[in-house]
Design a protein. Sequence first.
Length: 334
Amino acid sequence: MLPRTLHSGQPSQWQKILAEAISDPLELLTWLGLPPDILPPSAIARRQFSLRVPRGYVARMRKGDPGDPLLRQIFPHHDEEYDAPGFSPDPVGDLAAMPLPGVLHKYRGRALLVATGACAIHCRYCFRRHFPYGDANPAAGQWDAALNYLACDSSITEVILSGGDPLTLTDQRLAPLAQRLSAIPHLKRLRIHSRLPVVLPERVDDGLLGWLGKTRLKPVMVIHTNHANEIDDQVRHALDKLTEAGVTLFNQSVLLRGVNDTPAALADLSEILFDSGVTPYYLHLLDKVRGAAHFDTGASRAETLLTELRNHLPGYLVPRLVREEAGASSKLPL
Ligand SMILES: *Cc1c(COP(=O)(O)O)cnc(C)c1O
Ligand code: SF4
């Protein structure tokens, strides 16, 4: 039997919660008991990239703390208005690696579908904050062109659903896509890059587990968490359900000044991830996207932090520190 969400036209619980996400900075500040003169929102930053944050994520922020590491990730700040040298709209060369709209084929064996432009949360440091999603949508034309591309290149063994956040698409759309992908014989793995299990754990429902746990392809999910406070009991429960459904879980983080740029913050994150069944995978050096310069730690600080982390943790809890360079054939270790 199909999970209920696959054949009913009713919005699922998670869609209702997503629709109630906060988009008004003043409402957010009121929730947190923060006067706007302490943390004034930037209208310019917000016009470039709107505020969007689910209420459950806000509930994990510390009230009255303008420096809260979760708040800092999503708040449209005046620092974004500074046009720092070397920070550009497409820092990782996505647009040059797109053989057809929304398909990124940069690395051997893996092709990435920009499945949607929508996200449940807007992260201020996002390297795709200026991505032209409207012109690069593989879902246009029922995925036919993208699927044809994958079917014609037998060197591709793994397909990555990314975005945006692919899990903002409904299961009514994702389940048939997974079905069609699994019919391509040379594909072995289906990897999903998503922040939803963390920022909207209600997304991990029977509808999702139904198709993801049953596909012929080996399912891998790379969640995206930057700070231990992002993981509460409800998130842990969602991650447990994914593991039980046979999904291999990894985490990637971005190294962000004022969020996780201390050995203690990174160690706490690795510990709580492992407790939740997630292996730390990548720690990305910030991509130099316009508007995010205030998050930059610089490469040498990053290397120092990693050395300290190695002195604190078992090797398997130390993420690989990498940076992405346009035109390179893999993410580059530091
Ligand atoms: C990051 C990325 C991948 C995956 O790289 P891994 O090193 O396998 O995690 C694949 N394609 C694109 C375009 C990417 O940006
Ligand atoms: S969820 Fe991912 S794609 Fe969306 S804004 Fe955050 S970092 Fe960017």
